[in-house]
Design a protein. Sequence first.
Length: 60
Amino acid sequence: MKHAWSPRKTEVQRFVLSFGMIACGLAWGLVELFALHRSRYRAWRAGLGLPHEQGPDPAP
């Protein structure tokens, strides 16, 4: 008679799922990081800068 549930198989599945979730999270973070860097670079190239880099507004 075969056992339907095996603790060893369950541990392997948990490890694979955990590793997969962490790997996907890291990949997503890298994609977002590069997208942010690209948008900042394009704004810099266009001469727009970013609001916090331009200094305070002049007084009227």
